[in-house]
Design a protein around this ligand. Structure first.
Ligand SMILES: Cc1ncc(COP(=O)(O)O)c(C=O)c1O
Length: 440
């Protein structure tokens, strides 16, 4: 029998009973593996701004934010109004509509690499499209990805995200490790895996696979394994290696897109890829993803040489949400970003101070609108293997203890901010963090 620690929440009885019902009809009781939990699964009744309420009436400050999309918080009024109005005009045309062109024009204006785009619904399928396009454009078969980077749950991509170290090969030349049973046989042969933040190793790997690599794909700030920035000069070096070896450079900006800047990490870091994938924040919480890139590459799709489809692509309700979200994000000279960075900085500083006061070795790193709390005495974490050596069980405990105090965070230590998180929310959060650290 497991004993759960005492909770400061009112009760979780209704969540608990819904979870028991769910387990009989939903595999594992949830609809996505990312929602599996070791504690009591929360059933959410409603969300507003930086907060949500569960079915037992408990209130939470939210730093999960739908795993990133809710950059404008829960139920942003402008998005809600736009979506409600569209619901009366039709929910799926499977035909062209004016707002689709407008939003595409906005994205092409905001995102440096975007000369042409195509819409999809979720990040995983846009990655799939980008890789197909890269293979067709270069006439090569393999994709290079980095250990620790996540590019969705599809068979071709789900390798070496958080591999067991005894299977993962040497640090400077990792081998692809499948993420689940049942992946397409032979999938690993279409991939090459490299360590993140090691340009020499990447150069050697690309030489070893000369003429084979269609594209190098990466999260420009690695947000699925800690929150690991590229070391200075690294992305520029990767850009150069791609040119030298005739491979396309693909940024997976599903997390960083519209979160670090209106033009994503490519604007924030000043390195322009050939193709990029966006998702999550682009429609403020509605299911939209975007494949964007150079006209000469994207025109393989324009000419019908590379297939790309989807029943729900540029769904009018979702496109209305994107239109409203992008208008909010670009309003007042990007005031939303000033607030996101300021709140992020204040929260990161506060967590560092609380940890120092309690004598707990903690590293807090990230741009601010997204950041990572590591339990480690290392001064920096630069790749998956260093991340794997931090106290990951401790992070689970931190998540649980914060949740008991009404602060909802991701169990692997990644925090998302919205522009509805202000001073009051940061103070409330830091009070909870200090209390947890004081009793650590
Ligand atoms: C960087 C990155 N790429 C791709 C995906 C897959 O997106 P989706 O879950 O919408 O399929 C994710 C999801 O978290 C992601 O973080």
């Amino acid at each position: 029998m497991t004993t759960e620690p005492p909770s400061l929440l009112r009760s979780l009885d209704r969540s608990r009973s819904l979870s028991e019902r769910a387990k009989k009809v939903l595999a594992g009781g949830v609809s996505s593996d990312a929602r599996r939990t070791t504690g009591v699964p929360l059933y959410v009744e409603r969300g507003l701004g930086p907060r949500f309420w569960d079915v037992d009436g408990n209130e939470y400050l939210d730093y999960v934010l739908g795993q990133g999309p809710l950059i404008l918080g829960h139920s942003d009024p402008a998005i809600a109004t736009a979506v409600k109005a569209q619901a009366d005009r039709g929910q799926a045309y499977s035909a062209q509509h004016e707002r689709e062109v407008e939003v595409a024009e906005t994205i092409c204006r905001l995102v440096p690499c975007a000369e042409r785009i195509r819409f999809n619904s979720v990040g995983s399928e846009a990655v799939h499209a980008a890789w197909r396009l890269a293979r067709a454009f270069t006439g090569r078969g393999r994709i290079l990805k980095f250990e620790g980077h996540y590019h969705g749950w599809l068979d071709s991509a789900l390798y070496s995200v958080h591999p067991a170290l005894d299977l993962a090969g040497p640090p400077e030349a990792p081998v692809p490790v499948a993420g689940t049973r049942g992946q397409t046989p032979g999938g690993a042969e279409a991939l090459v895996v490299a360590p993140w933040n090691d340009l020499d190793a990447l150069g050697r790997i690309m030489e070893r696979h000369e003429g084979e690599i269609a594209a190098v794909t990466l999260e420009p700030v690695l947000c699925n394994t800690g929150c690991i920035s590229p070391v200075p000069g690294y992305l520029e070096g990767v850009r150069q290696l791609c040119r030298e070896h005739g491979a396309l450079l693909i940024f997976d900006e599903v997390i960083t897109g519209f979160r670090l800047a209106p033009g994503g990490a490519q604007e924030y870091l000043g390195v322009i890829p050939d193709l990029a994938i966006f998702g999550k924040a682009v429609a403020g919480g509605y299911p939209l993803s975007v494949l964007a890139g150079r006209a000469d590459v994207m025109d393989l799709i324009s000419r019908g040489e590379v297939g790309h489809a989807g029943t729900f692509n540029s769904n009018p309700v979702v496109i209305e949400a994107a239109s409203a979200a992008l208008a909010e994000l670009t309003r007042d000279g990007g005031a939303a970003y000033t607030r996101l960075f300021e709140s992020g900085r204040a929260l990161m500083d506060g967590i560092r101070e609380a940890a120092a006061k309690a004598g707990i070795p903690v590293l807090v790193h990230g741009p601010g609108p997204v950041f990572q709390v590591y339990l480690t005495s290392e001064p920096e974490i630069l790749d998956y293997r260093a991340f794997a050596a931090t106290d990951l069980a401790g992070l689970q405990r931190l998540q649980r203890e914060l949740l008991e105090r009404g602060v909802n965070t991701i169990g692997r230590g990644l925090w998302f901010l919205s522009n509805t998180h202000g001073e009051a929310e940061i103070s409330q959060t830091l009070a909870a963090v200090s209390e947890v650290f004081a009793g650590w």
